[in-house]
Ligand binder design. Structure first.
Ligand code: HEM
Length: 331
């Protein structure tokens, strides 16, 4: 290749591919669905569901869905596939919500442009829209993901609330995410709820001591004792992860964990552990938390994606396009 040609190629990439990551890019669907603005269709459905309150706290539902999708076989919408032994049947996914909203978005998109928009991209676009509606900052999402066609509950190895900070850092690093990304992403706990059974040990029998976790503030301890009785045979109550503004995407989660008001063990620990406490301190005083949260979400959306000719674009987010002939079910 002549030097001049090489220069032209380099210039092309600098000018036109400034926002590319692999094959993912901002605006992948632009101009691919006639005059229809694909991202606008997604946004319309999310707004309708948000304002008509068709599902509670959509931002919480979708943030968790995106995390659980991307951390198991990458952001390939494998979490959406139905099946007796598919990912959604694994214990940590039983309380994931938002599947019907994704169906509604897929239906609206298929009506405009059949077979164009992947379910994996729908998750990341819809999550961004829901975060924005819940008070977060708008961020550009990269698109161009394709959908996977394997979904097995046995692949689901998501972290428990009791994971240590150092193990969590290792886990995120295995997905090309730094400890900064990890702390910002845990900021997803600025919305939503957790079931008492997942943190009850912290109230009544922390590390088998017969007493509470000493890092918990007296206020939170009293609150949790009230809402999560030691013995509750029928109901598993819930408590907000951000004790102050549970429906808003803001940095109050970080302010609260600094005060000992982290509900899950990992939430409290990132504010105390030497490996992450400085990051938490910085975020508490950072007016630009919102931008950085968006940036971390974009990085989450890059985890082990299928691109180009890999995978497929599903017709229904709940089912693969062609079922292999396997006795006993597909997934
Ligand atoms: C070490 C990492 C993480 C651990 C151990 C963890 C653990 C948990 C647990 C135990 C719950 C409560 C589930 C239930 O009650 O059934 C939860 C809820 C939630 N998580 Fe995480 N999480 C982690 C990272 C993340 C990340 C990275 C995000 C998003 C960016 C996220 C978003 C959420 C949201 C929004 C909820 C509330 C869901 C709802 O209200 O339906 N989590 N998480």
């Amino acid at each position: 290749m002549s030097k001049a040609l090489a220069l032209v190629v380099v210039l092309f990439f600098v000018l036109f591919c400034g926002k590319c990551y692999g094959e993912l890019r901002v605006g992948f669907y632009k101009g691919k669905c006639g005059v229809t603005n694909v991202e606008g269709v997604v946004q319309n459905v999310v707004e309708t569901w948000h304002f008509e309150k068709k599902e509670k706290d959509i931002a919480a539902a979708l943030l968790r869905m995106q995390f659980h999708d991307c951390f198991v076989k990458g952001c390939d919408a494998s979490i959406l596939l139905d099946g007796l032994t598919s990912e959604k049947e694994a214990t940590p996914n039983k309380s994931v919500r938002g599947y019907k909203l994704i169906d509604a978005i897929k239906e609206a998109l298929e009506a405009e442009c059949q077979g164009l928009v992947s379910c994996a991209d729908i998750i990341s676009m819809a999550t961004r829209d829901a975060v924005f509606l819940a008070g977060g900052k708008w961020y550009d999402v990269e698109t161009g993901r394709r959908d996977g066609n394997v979904s097995l509950a046995s692949n689901v190895n998501l972290p428990a609330a009791t994971i240590s900070v150092s193990d969590s850092i290792k886990l995120f690093a295995s997905k090309n995410l730094t400890q900064y990304d990890m702390v910002y992403l845990l900021g997803g706990h600025t919305v939503g709820i957790a079931r008492c059974s997942l943190f009850k040990d912290r109230i009544y029998n922390f590390n088998k001591t017969g007493g509470p976790d000493p890092s918990m503030s007296p206020w939170l301890l009293a609150e949790l004792k009230d809402k999560c009785p030691r013995i509750s045979l029928i109901f598993d109550n819930t408590y907000p992860l951000d004790v102050k503004t549970p429906s808003l995407v803001d940095n109050s989660y970080f302010q609260e964990i600094k005060k000992g008001n982290g509900v899950l063990q990992i939430d409290q620990q990132i504010a105390l552990d030497e490996l992450t406490k400085n990051i938490v301190d910085d975020i508490v005083n950072d007016p630009d938390f919102y931008t950085k949260f968006g940036e971390a979400m974009v990085k989450l959306g890059r985890v082990d994606v299928l691109i180009d000719g890999q995978g497929e674009v599903r017709k229904s987010c709940r089912d693969v396009n062609k079922k292999p002939f396997i006795f006993g079910g597909l997934n």
